[in-house]
Every structure is written in structure tokens, then in C-alpha cells.
Design a protein around this ligand. Structure first.
Ligand code: ZN
Length: 397
């Protein structure tokens, strides 16, 4: 059945909204509409509550909706659909369902079987057990996301009153979790809500600019410039480097990592070839700010003299990071982070001593692995060398 005109309109406008906001829209999800007069029969066959208005089947990534119910379209097709396509746990759910389907096909390939036979098979089937556990574990997140999607798209399409009626029918506990998603999105914006719900991040400077504007608002006015750096992988955090004043704290979450430096910290780091300043500066992409200033800074790094003070600065920070690593052996994330910094600071000091300007973690680590005689003066330096084991770190910057 072809989507009717009203559904077609909602599909087109919502697809466009997803494309603009996230850089993708549902692609693998298919939509099936059951006419109102057939719904009862369909629901009964499927063992669904006939009062329900839709269902999403991860097995074949299909959203089935009752007639042209808009909230159901938003919930099943855009909510569960996009989550199954663009989040790791959604993808895992689809994989497990498909694996189970294959195993059931093999089991019941010959002869007739009853619903009881299937149930008995599932009880002792390992894939089913894994799927069942995984589903329970993710149910709250999965459903909350789909209901928040109803809220979002009903607002985008001028249908908020429909959502209001649906909201009234939720239980107190359901309202509570939905409220927290809605409050989060009003405070930090839609894109941040998609990302905190672990949807894939198509990281571009333009999209991150919108994200920062949503999250920080007017606080950005005293930021001199912001850079995007790091891996930009779809399930890694977004690494942002900012210089200026007005942002009180650095923020770290599993989807956004903002490093923030005052002018004073930045200028000192710049002069001293500090790893944590140079890595974003020399590899980053301008999100907003004065482009000429940014380009001048890069030229400055390439031409300014390498001083003894700069070498010492990097050695000192290598030792500090080493100490922080030793103080955080319980926390793998911090331990790896400090270990990585300790190694790159040390490598940078050694490279600078030979007159080399290296700006990526990879270049620094591979440089430090080359065998070469190095002579260093002073206690701190020797200490740092002795502790340095030359292993390539897996820490992310
Ligand atoms: Zn649902």
C-alpha cells in the first residue's frame, strides 16, 4: 500500500528535518500502513493489543502503523526506525533478531509447527535469551527515545495537541522519563538530545557550530575561536577546542568533549609548544571565530624559535601526567588519557630538542619509538625518560 497524501507529506517534511539536523534520515526502515478496517484482524493475529496504533519489527526493520496515525508514524518509523539504523544498540538488536530468525527457520524448515513449539524452542535457545536480556536492558531508552520523537515531530509538524492527548494517557512513571528527555531537549537542543541518546554523529564544523550554539547560547560571545579536531568518528565524542572567556567549565561527556583555554593559558601554551594546545591548533578545523587570526597562529608555530623553556615545559607536563596516571590506576579512562599525554609530552620534548615540530599524536609516538641516543640534563628529564616505556598509547585525545 502506497502511503496516502497526508502520510506522504509528514514523511517528506520529517525526512527533510532529519537530513538537515543529523545529516541522515531513515534509509533501511520500511513503512507499512494497515487500513483502519483491517487493523483489528491484523493486531489479533500478531498478538497485539487492538487498541495499539502501531508496531516496529526489528527483524525486517519495518514500521507498521494503523491507518494514517501521525504519532504512530513518528514513534515507529522515525523513533524506532532511526534508532535501529543509527545507534549501536539498535543495530545490535536488529542483528540478534535476524540471527534468531535464521535459527528458527532452520529449526522449523520441515513440517508444521505451533506457536507453542516456537515458544518452547525459544526457551532453550541462546540467541533468544541474549536478545531477551538485551531488549529488557534497553527498553526504557528505546521507548523514551521513540516518545520523545513523537514530541519532537508533532512540534515540527504543528500537531502538538495530538501529542498532548497522548501524553495525558501516559502513566506517572512514563511521564517522568519523557519529561526528562523533553527538558533536556529544551535546554540543550534537538541535536544534543539525539547525541545523548547515542545516535551516530555526522561531525562537520557547521553541525558542531549549531550544537555549540544550542548548548552554550550567549556564553559563546566571548569565545575568540573554536576548533573541531579529533577522530570525528560517528560513535566517538566530538572534540572541541575553544579559546576565550565566558565558558566556566570544560565539559566532558561520551558525546562531547570541550577543552577550553583562557587567553593567558593559550598564549603560554603556544609559546611553549604545549601538546594540548598544538594538537588542536595545527590539526583542527575552524568552527567559528577569526580565520585570519587562526591562520596567523599556525604560521607563528611554524616560525617561532624553539626555546629551552619550551622543551622543559613539555618535560614537566610529561612528569605531571605520569603522576596523574599513577594516581588514577582504578579509572581506565583517566589512566589511559594521562598515560597518552605523558608519552606525547615526552616525545614532543625530545623532538623539539632536535629542532622538530611534530603536531599529531601519531607522529609524536612514532618519533619517540625510533632508537636514538638522547642526552638530557636535569632530574625531571631523567626521571621522565626512565619511566617512559615507548608503548603506543590507545588513549584518545
Ligand atoms: Zn515503541
Amino acid at each position: 500500500m502506497q502511503p496516502n497524501i497526508k502520510t506522504k507529506y509528514l514523511l517528506d517534511s520529517s525526512n527533510q528535518f532529519y537530513q538537515e539536523t543529523l545529516g541522515y534520515k531513515p534509509e533501511q526502515t520500511s513503512l507499512q500502513q494497515i487500513p483502519e478496517f483491517k487493523w483489528n484482524e491484523f493486531a489479533t493475529q500478531r498478538g497485539l493489543n487492538p487498541n495499539s496504533s502501531g508496531i516496529y519489527l526489528p527483524r525486517n526493520q519495518t514500521a507498521i502503523i494503523r491507518d494514517e496515525n501521525p504519532l504512530s508514524l513518528f514513534h515507529e518509523y522515525f523513533g524506532h526506525g532511526i534508532y535501529s539504523e543509527q545507534s549501536l544498540s539498535g543495530r545490535k538488536l536488529v542483528d540478534l533478531e535476524r540471527r534468531l530468525l535464521e535459527e528458527e527457520k532452520r529449526e522449523f524448515s520441515t513440517g508444521k509447527f505451533t506457536l507453542e513449539d516456537v515458544q518452547r524452542f525459544r526457551q532453550q535457545n541462546q540467541t533468544f535469551q541474549e536478545l531477551d536480556g538485551f531488549r529488557k536492558q534497553n527498553l526504557l531508552q528505546y521507548e523514551t527515545f521513540a516518545i520523545w520523537t513523537e514530541y519532537l515531530l508533532s512540534g515540527e509538524n504543528g500537531l502538538r495537541d495530538l501529542f498532548g492527548r497522548k501524553y495525558d494517557s501516559l502513566t506517572g512513571q512514563e511521564k517522568e522519563v519523557v519529561n526528562s528527555a523533553i527538558n533536556f531537549s529544551s535546554q540543550y537542543g534537538n541535536l544534543a538530545t539525539f547525541y545523548v541518546s547515542s545516535l551516530a554523529r555526522k561531525t562537520t564544523a557547521e553541525r558542531v557550530k549549531r550544537l555549540l550554539e544550542d548548548v552554550y547560547g550567549s556564553k559563546l560571545q566571548d569565545v575568540k575561536f573554536a576548533l573541531l579536531y579529533g577522530s570525528k568518528k560517528e560513535f566517538s565524542d566530538i572534540d572541541v577546542f575553544m579559546v576565550g572567556k565566558g565558558i566556566p567549565n570544560e565539559a566532558h561527556s561520551d558525546w562531547l568533549d570541550v577543552k577550553y583555554k583562557s587567553h593567558k593559558e593559550f598564549n603560554l601554551g603556544l609559546k611553549n609548544f604545549d601538546v594540548r594546545i598544538l594538537t588542536p591548533l595545527m590539526n583542527g578545523e575552524l568552527i567559528f571565530g577569526d580565520r585570519n587570526y587562526f591562520e596567523e597562529l599556525k604560521k607563528q608555530i611554524l616560525s617561532q624559535p624553539i626555546t629551552e623553556e619550551a622543551i622543559k615545559h613539555n618535560l614537566k607536563w610529561s612528569s605531571r601526567m605520569q603522576r596523574l596516571k599513577e594516581e588514577n590506576t582504578e579509572d581506565d579512562f583517566l589512566k589511559n588519557k594521562f598515560d597518552g599525554y605523558s608519552k606525547t609530552y615526552l616525545a614532543n620534548a625530545l623532538a623539539l630538542r632536535e629542532g622538530l615540530r611534530l603536531f599529531t599524536k601519531e607522529d609524536l609516538l612514532s618519533y619517540s619509538q625510533q632508537e636514538k641516543p638522547i642526552e638530557l640534563k636535569g632530574g625531571t628529564e631523567k626521571n621522565a625518560i626512565r619511566k617512559y616505556d615507548g608503548n603506543v598509547s590507545t588513549a584518545s585525545f
